[in-house]
Ligand binder design. Structure first.
Ligand SMILES: [Zn+2]
Length: 252
């Protein structure tokens, strides 16, 4: 299994135990995701010290108001590291307190440009902003040369097709296992566009919901989707791992 989205720096000793147990837990790779300059730097350090851990660097939409030119320069410099496999997480979050829509869009587009310039894919965070995100991406199609993924996809049945048409991958996390989640559209997503993740330490899936999430729980996400699709979980594990390596192509 590959956890395509975790925040290892949020664990004790940067997830040392989690990384130590990867083989036992059947975890082939973990991608640890950045949200600001500081944790992006930390991600690279973790990835450099651990063969099967890869990093992303990027600035989360909530920080849009306080970002300087220097921060963006630094993200661009960090992104050149050989263990950095994508720019992220970047996007729009209209649930954050006192959010600045224009500043978020500006920060997103500038980071899409970095991804394009460096030939990297990108990981998108989207909360309460499905339509706006779709508009920004549609207006900047020329910047989508190495694809993107919708992390923790939660824009529901009405948007998945639009994002697929933009060439994006959809990544599912613990939220897809929840009782109230709409899973009806899963069967309409091409199998080669589905990714799985945990967003650890957040969003623990059923049946461990409410606990501190860990990358090994990506198992439950795979199982739930496999049931919905009526395919063997081992088969889906193989497919999603292959997709992860295709998407994060530097990880191959
Ligand atoms: Zn995240």
């Amino acid at each position: 299994m590959i956890d395509t989205h975790a925040h290892l720096y949020m664990f004790e000793l940067d997830g040392k135990d989690i990384i130590y147990n990867m083989e036992k837990d059947n975890l082939e790779r973990i991608v640890t995701i950045g949200t600001n300059v500081e944790d992006s730097r930390k991600n690279i350090e973790i990835a450099r010290n651990n063969k099967n851990v890869y990093a992303t660097v990027g600035i989360y939409p909530e920080f849009a108001g306080s970002i300087t030119e220097r921060d963006l320069e630094e993200i661009k410099n960090l992104a050149r590291d050989e263990k950095v496999v994508a720019i992220g997480e970047i996007g729009l979050d209209f649930h954050s307190v006192g959010f600045d829509k224009d500043a978020q869009i500006d920060l997103l587009v500038r980071q899409l440009k970095i991804a394009d310039e460096l030939g990297l894919p990108f990981c998108l965070h989207c909360r309460g902003a499905g339509e706006e995100l779709y508009q920004v991406l549609s207006n900047n199609k020329h910047l989508i040369n190495h694809s993107g993924l919708m992390h923790c996809y939660s824009e529901g049945a009405s948007y998945y097709k639009k994002f697929l048409d933009l060439g994006l991958y959809l990544s599912f996390s613990g939220n897809i296992t929840y009782k109230k989640s709409d899973r009806s559209f899963l069967k309409d997503i091409p199998l080669d566009r589905i990714l799985v993740e945990t967003d650890s330490p957040y969003l623990a899936p059923e049946p461990v919901r409410g606990t501190k999430n860990e990358p090994k729980n990506v198992r439950y996400v795979i199982d739930k989707i496999a049931i919905e699709l009526g395919i063997n979980p081992t088969e889906l594990e193989k497919i999603t791992s292959k997709n992860a390596k295709t998407f994060y192509f530097k990880m191959k």
